[in-house]
Design a protein around this ligand. Structure first.
Ligand code: ZN
Ligand code: ZN
Ligand code: ZN
Ligand code: ZN
Ligand code: ZN
Ligand code: ZN
Ligand code: ZN
Ligand code: ZN
Length: 455
């Protein structure tokens, strides 16, 4: 015979209850549980389906059949919620969170142990295995998660700063015109705002990228991450686990999950996130759907979601994947003296555009093909120039020209495709149109895909 509740065999050596009416067996340990951390009294299994909410997670459903209760205290709890951790540390919040019952419509939830902080998370959300590292830190609290050794920048004097990744001193420079230097961390051009330039060589960093700490807790991963400036990867580039783009710049790596890697742009994400094309703040959302659900599309590129998106909690169905979220808000185009802005067509943005008496943006000035107005694209508000994202940034915006990489044992050099005459791809025999080409001695390839198929 088997226990009605856990489905496991009942042996005559274990203490077992038998119900004569329904002829069912029950392990004693499945009917009653004593676990003082959740409740001081004995908890008893409730056989009748009762529409009571769980005091640990705050949720109730009419089909909850695995509920336990202490009747004298009016305390009810799911079996799975009895053993919820008491104190946890999530990478998305700087303090520890402790489990408790709250009156503010949350039922049971995790709240910040710092009483001046009003951070609260549903129990089910807080213990999702993509969010929580699985460790109950009750009694083993150690503070100082953000010690000063994590800082990457050091101010030497009022003219010189030092970045831990570079031997020379850097000076802080403000630009608002094209300077065609690339940031070593994110590989994007430096043409707006403050950046740090080496006094002796070509090394440069965006101020924002230079401030990325050497170690950090980040909401996009449940473990602590370490910054690698020399990525020490055989291939010379990596695929970001979040935005799925190829990168040659700085990399954050998880010590525990060898496979998790994140680039400087994704690492710069903080909540709430202000995106240049959207009025409301965006928040992280973990998706539970399978990859075949076609209804979940990124608003910026209309590609299917990966599992992590940034979403608007006010507007219906507004989400960006991290590829679109990370697009630079402003770019330079060599045939336009003005900067071009990332643009997304909403009623609000349309009105702004009309005020500037600009109504047409339907053709891309690079490829001369149509621009679909419900995708992200770049626009110059003064000259009516509009560009596809791909046409201005290329297929590999975070790959660095001049850098050597390894693809399937071939030593490849990444090169800018700026010459007057375009090379022909050795594999697909078409002209290389992307901003970058991949060279193996005399051979030239238009894409990583062509290199892989060549072999
Ligand atoms: Zn529960
Ligand atoms: Zn807090
Ligand atoms: Zn940068
Ligand atoms: Zn230098
Ligand atoms: Zn990324
Ligand atoms: Zn990890
Ligand atoms: Zn997208
Ligand atoms: Zn185009």
């Amino acid at each position: 015979a088997c226990c009605e509740l856990c489905g496991k065999q009942v042996s005559y050596r274990s203490i077992t209850y038998y119900c004569h009416l329904c002829r069912s067996y029950f392990h004693k340990g499945c009917l009653t549980i004593i676990y003082p951390k959740i409740h001081e009294h004995l908890l008893t299994y409730l056989r009748r389906k009762l529409p009571v909410g769980c005091d640990a997670c705050g949720f109730s459903s009419p089909d909850d059949i695995d509920m336990f209760g202490c009747l004298q205290c009016d305390f009810f709890v799911h079996r799975s919620c009895i053993f919820l951790p008491r104190v946890i540390k999530l990478t998305r919040h700087s303090h520890c969170l402790s489990h408790g019952r709250f009156s503010s419509g949350y039922g049971g939830a995790y709240a910040c142990i710092d009483t001046t902080c009003d951070y609260v998370v549903h129990s089910t959300c807080a213990t999702d295995n993509r969010v929580w590292d699985g460790i109950d830190v009750e009694g083993k609290l150690e503070e100082g998660s953000s010690s000063s050794k994590d800082a990457s920048l050091e101010e030497m004097d009022d003219k010189t700063v030092h970045h831990f990744s570079h031997e020379h001193g850097l000076s802080r420079i403000h630009v608002d015109e094209e300077c065609w230097q690339l940031c070593e961390a994110c590989i994007l051009p430096i043409d707006m705002g403050t950046f740090l330039r080496c006094k002796e060589c070509s090394f440069a960093l965006h101020e924002e990228c230079a401030r990325l700490p050497q170690e950090m807790d980040h909401p996009l991963h449940r473990h602590r991450l370490t910054l690698k400036v020399q990525m020490n990867i055989n291939e010379g580039f990596f695929t970001c686990s979040v935005c799925k783009q190829y990168h040659c710049g700085f990399m954050y790596k998880c010590r525990y999950c060898g496979t998790f890697k994140m680039d400087a742009k994704c690492a710069s994400f903080t909540e709430p996130f202000k995106h240049i094309t959207h009025r409301c703040p965006l928040y992280l959302r973990l998706e539970n759907h399978g990859y075949n659900t076609s209804s979940y599309l990124c608003c910026g590129c209309h590609k299917k979601y990966p599992t992590i998106v940034a979403t608007c909690t006010t507007c219906e169905d507004f989400s960006f994947d991290f590829k679109c979220l990370n697009l630079p808000p402003v770019v330079r185009f060599k045939y336009d003296i003005h900067p071009l802005y990332l643009y997304f067509d909403t009623e609000h943005n349309k009105k702004q555009l009309l005020e500037k008496r600009q109504e047409s943006y339907s053709w891309c000035d690079v490829c001369e093909e149509e621009i679909h107005e419900n995708l992200l694209f770049y626009i110059c508000f003064d000259c009516r120039i509009s560009l596809h994202v791909k046409c201005i940034l290329g297929n590999y915006p975070y790959m660095k020209p001049g850098h050597n990489i390894k693809v399937e044992d071939l030593n490849i050099q990444i090169a800018s495709n700026t010459g007057a005459c375009r090379p022909m791809c050795h594999k697909c025999h078409s002209l290389c149109r992307d901003k970058l080409v991949f060279k193996e001695e005399d051979l030239c390839f238009c894409s990583l895909t062509c290199i892989r198929y060549y072999l």
